[in-house]
Design a binder for this molecule. Structure first.
Ligand code: NAD
Ligand code: TYD
Length: 348
């Protein structure tokens, strides 16, 4: 893997992955990061990387929905491996406006697969980042395994399921050397503050309302983003072609428990001016349509076959995440105001 195409590298997990590959892993090649810079993509996340790794990091502002451009990029940069993060990723947005999810998540993935297929002898690995949400919703018992049937419930998860199926088809039909990872909910630095954890941290810090959907008892499995990055790199290096690996944190929690935990840690760090406990900010709001009740991941395969296990505990990870958001108020303000979009226009 000398010339790795990373798509969506300016988003939350992609930026953490690029940082991990260049500063912590044994990866020795060059990264070509292709990102459209939607509202969720912020090249400032990698401004230091752009400086420090001038010879090993290239950023290209482009859209994976443009098949011609994808072909040119594969050709111009002699791409030999792909790690595909680019996606529309927020379930609530997919409910309101699904179009972009169909385009980017399905058509975009198809374009990358076609570009890879047309020079298949040069491609050593095409890794696709997917989600546990493709499996649908669990009751109180049980776990998703790699053989759980797909049953996506939101336009987001349906579009990710489609892209997973395309990956599989390109392996079965053309022998494209692909792997897929289906991961649970990530948290950590650089996550856009529309998702549960950063939203609650920032609203809680400001002392504004904390909107919890439904009864707050929906369960997600949470994984610290660096652990996900390590899993991806392990799979890219050692995963068997054509295989799917589930990635999870062994850390199932009800939403309300997480929100209360964030409230308590924030109170510990900095009390509200009127000394009210932040738990009083919690407001139960109308439920999300089609809201999946519970996700839980069985990652035995990844653990047994590739010796991966999550390292960060939730207690430590959530504290580190809260501290990161409080220490990076400028980043937060710029991202929330959309101000960085002006910066993007000026720079790219
Ligand atoms: P994100 O929304 O933070 O980032 C997505 C990135 O993709 C952004 O930088 C955006 O600009 C870019 N992008 C969007 N459309 C594009 C297009 N047409 N062309 C090029 N770039 C485009 O998402 P994330 O949370 O970092 O998720 C990354 C991947 O991981 C996604 O595929 C997602 O489905 C998957 N995933 C996320 C989670 C999670 O908890 N966040 C869990 C499991 C899987
Ligand atoms: P989210 O971070 O959007 O991830 P996903 O829907 O992909 O799992 O939401 C995590 C959980 O938190 C989910 O059950 C919905 C819930 N949620 C709220 O209760 N309030 C909120 O404001 C948000 C954004 C999410």
């Amino acid at each position: 893997m000398q010339n790795m195409l990373i798509t969506g590298g300016c988003g939350f997990i992609g930026a953490n992955f690029i940082r991990y590959l260049l500063t912590e892993s044994d990866f020795k090649g060059r990264i070509v990061n292709v990102d459209k810079l939607t509202y969720a993509g912020n090249p400032e996340n990698l401004a230091d990387i752009e400086n420090d790794f001038e010879n090993r990091y290239v950023f290209i502002k482009d859209d994976i929905c443009d098949g011609i451009r994808m072909n040119e990029i594969f050709e111009n940069y002699a791409i030999d491996s792909i790690c595909h993060f680019a996606a529309e990723s927020h379930v609530d947005r997919s409910i309101v406006q699904p179009d972009a999810f169909i385009q980017t998540n399905i058509v975009g993935t198809f374009n990358l697969l076609e570009a890879a297929r047309s020079r298949q002898s040069q491609i050593t690995r095409f890794h696709h980042i997917s989600t546990d949400e493709v499996y649908g919703s669990l009751g109180q018992e049980g776990y998703f395994t790699e053989t759980t049937p797909y049953k996506p419930n939101s336009p987001y998860s349906a579009s990710k399921a489609s892209s997973d199926h395309l990956m599989r088809a390109y392996y079965k039909t053309y022998g494209l050397p692909m792997t897929i990872s289906n991961c649970s909910n990530n948290y950590g630095p650089y996550q856009f503050p529309e998702k549960l954890i950063p939203l609650m941290i920032l609203n809680g810090f400001e002392g504004t309302s904390l909107p919890v959907y439904g009864d707050g008892r929906n369960v997600r499995d949470w994984l610290y983003v660096t652990d996900h990055c390590k899993a991806i790199w392990t799979i890219m290096k050692h995963g068997k072609t054509g295989e799917v690996y589930n990635v999870g944190g062994d850390n199932e929690m009800e939403n309300i428990t997480i929100v209360e935990m964030i409230c308590d840690i924030l109170d510990e760090i900095n009390k509200l001016s009127d000394h009210r406990p932040r738990r009083e900010l919690i407001t139960f709001v109308k439920d999300r349509p089609g809201h999946d009740r519970r996700y839980a991941i069985d990652f035995t395969k990844l653990n047994r076959e590739l010796d991966w296990t999550p390292e960060a505990s939730f207690e430590t990870g959530i504290r580190d995440t809260i501290e990161w958001y409080l220490a990076n108020r400028k980043w937060v303000e710029r991202v929330k105001s959309g101000e960085y979009q002006d910066w993007i226009k000026a720079h790219y």
